[in-house]
Design a protein around this ligand. Structure first.
Ligand SMILES: Nc1nc2c(ncn2[C@@H]2O[C@H](COP(=O)(O)OP(=O)(O)OP(=O)(O)O)[C@@H](O)[C@H]2O)c(=O)[nH]1
Ligand SMILES: [Mg+2]
Length: 365
C-alpha cells in the first residue's frame, strides 16, 4: 500500500462513523479527498447503490482518488464490481483496519497475528470464489477456473494452520514468561480502552517509559509490561499497555489478537481509559464498545476502574461530566495523562483495588 494515496470514502450519514473512518484512513497514511454518505451499504450488487456507484466513478476520476474506502464489509464480488465500474481499488473497512495493523506490526508475534487475521479475511472470500466459479461466474479470482480457485482455497487453509501453530508456540512462550512473572507475587494491572484514549501516555507517565503516543488510531499493537513503583508505598504492580479497541471490529480480528488481549483476562485490575473530552454521545458509543469487548474476554466488571482521561480539555465542568449516568456502576478516577492531574489519587486507587492480590512481604522484587 502506498502511503499518501488519495482516497474517497463512502460511509453512513452519521458524525461518529464519519469521523472514525476518516481517522482510520489517515492512520493508514491516505489523503482523504472526499467523503460521501449512504444510508445502506453492502446491500446491493456494487455494495453501494447503482446511482452512488456512478457518482463515485465521476468523482474519483475528477479528484484523482486511487482508492475508494467503503465503511462496511464487502464480498469480493461486490468489491470487484465496484472497482470495475469506477476504475479505483476498493478497500472495505476490514481491509483498511488490516492494512493499518500490517503497517504497525513490529514484533514477530504481532506479525503472525496480522497474518492470521489476513487469512481469516481471505478465506470466506476464497470460498465465495469457489462457489461462483462452480456457477460459472468466477468473481473474486477473476479468470481462474474452478480447479485453480480450489487450489488457492486449500493453500490458504494450509497456510492458516501453519500460522496458528507458530502463534501457539509464541503463546506458550508468553505463558511461561507470565507464570515466571506471577511468581513475583506482584499484582497485574492492564490498560484497556478505545484506540487513542491515552493508554500509552498514561503508561509512559507511570513507568517513565517513552513508548510511542500519537493521535493516530492504533498506534500500539504489541503489549509492553513494566514494573511500576509508587512514591510513598512499598508496593509495586506490573502494568501492561496493549492494543486499543474500536467499534465494529470483526470478531476474527479480536480473535487473532487474543494472546495480546489475554493480558486483560488475567489482570487483577483493568484500567479502562475513556477520552472524557469528547461529546457525551461519542463517549457513550466508545464505552459501549469497550464494555462489549471486555465482556467477550470475560473480564469481571468488579475489576474495572474507569479512568476519565484528558480532563485538561474538558471545559464544561468536570464534575457534571463525572456524575453523568453513563459512568454509573463503575469506580471512577479522573486524570490528565499529559499534564499529570489526578495521578496521586489514581495511584492510591490502584493500590487499594489491588490490595487483595498483593502479597507484601513475599515480594521478591
Ligand atoms: N490533552 C490531552 N491529550 C492527551 C491526554 N492523554 C493522551 N493525550 C493525547 O491523545 C493522543 C493518543 O494518546 P495515546 O497515548 O497514543 O493513546 P492510546 O490509547 O495509547 O492509543 P492507541 O495505541 O492508538 O490505542 C496523543 O496525541 C496524546 O498526546 C491528556 O490527558 N490530555
Ligand atoms: Mg498506545
Amino acid at each position: 500500500m502506498e502511503a499518501g494515496d488519495k482516497v474517497t470514502i463512502v460511509t453512513y450519514p452519521d458524525e461518529f462513523d464519519k469521523d472514525e473512518i476518516v481517522g482510520l484512513a489517515k492512520a493508514a497514511g491516505y489523503k482523504v479527498e472526499a467523503v460521501l454518505t449512504q444510508r445502506r451499504l453492502i446491500k446491493s450488487e456494487y455494495g453501494v447503490g447503482v446511482g452512488k456507484a456512478e457518482e463515485l466513478r465521476e468523482l474519483v476520476s475528477s479528484n484523482g482518488s486511487k482508492k475508494i474506502i467503503i465503511d462496511a464489509s464487502m464480498t469480493s464480488a461486490q468489491a470487484n464490481k465496484l472497482s470495475g465500474m469506477t476504475h479505483a481499488e476498493v478497500v472495505d473497512r476490514e481491509r483498511l483496519i488490516l492494512n493499518i495493523f500490517a503497517q504497525r506490526a513490529n514484533t514477530s508475534e504481532a506479525k503472525l497475528q496480522v497474518q492470521l487475521a489476513e487469512l481469516r479475511y481471505e478465506l470466506p472470500r476464497a470460498k465465495d470464489a469457489v462457489r461462483n466459479s462452480v456457477k460459472g461466474e468466477q468473481a473474486g479470482f477473476s479468470g481462474m477456473g474452478e480447479y485453480a480457485v480450489d487450489v488457492q482455497f486449500r493453500a490458504l487453509r494450509r497456510r492458516m494452520a501453519f500460522v496458528k501453530e507458530k502463534l501457539e508456540r509464541a503463546r506458550t512462550r508468553r505463558d511461561i514468561h507470565n507464570s515466571e512473572r506471577r511468581k513475583l507475587d506482584v499484582p497485574f494491572v492492564s490498560l484497556a480502552g478505545y484506540t487513542s484514549s491515552g493508554k500509552t501516555t498514561l503508561f509512559n507517565r507511570l513507568t517513565s517509559e517513552s513508548k510511542e503516543e500519537s493521535p493516530k488510531l492504533f498506534t500500539t499493537l504489541t503489549t509492553t509490561t513494566r514494573l511500576v513503583r509508587f512514591p510513598n508505598s512499598r508496593r509495586t504492580v506490573m502494568l501492561s499497555d496493549t492494543v486499543g479497541f474500536i467499534s465494529r471490529l470483526p470478531t476474527y480480528l479480536v480473535e487473532s489478537f487474543k494472546s495480546t488481549l489475554d493480558e486483560l483476562r488475567y489482570a487483577d485490575l483493568v484500567l479502562l481509559l475513556v477520552d472524557a473530552s469528547e461529546g457525551l454521545e461519542n463517549i457513550r458509543i466508545k464505552l459501549e464498545s469497550c464494555k462489549e469487548t471486555l465482556s467477550d474476554l470475560e473480564v469481571d466488571p468488579q475489576k474495572i476502574l474507569l479512568v476519565l482521561n484528558k480532563i485538561d480539555l474538558v471545559t464544561d465542568g468536570v464534575q457534571t461530566r463525572v456524575d453523568d449516568p453513563l459512568f454509573k456502576g463503575f469506580s471512577t478516577a479522573r486524570i490528565s495523562a499529559t499534564r499529570g492531574d489526578g495521578m496521586r489519587k489514581l495511584s492510591n486507587r490502584i493500590l487499594e483495588m489491588t490490595q487483595d492480590s498483593a502479597h507484601v512481604g513475599h515480594r521478591r522484587v
